[in-house]
Design a protein. Sequence first.
Length: 75
Amino acid sequence: MAMKRNITMAGRVARAVSGAICIGAGVACWLSGWPESSGWRWMLIGVTTMLGLFQVFEARKAWCVTRACGIKTPM
């Protein structure tokens, strides 16, 4: 199944910016040592970083998984 482009330039920019913010949040948590609990810390870092990387992937490919599932998004 090929990924067809299903978002506009505005959607691509929004996903790229939100992806960069998520990656930055993951890196900031890693550098600052927050939260104190090591198990939650690495889970938070992993989830935010992976979410950010996926959003950057969506922006690069002009494809949105939510739209591909048939859910209409405003952008």
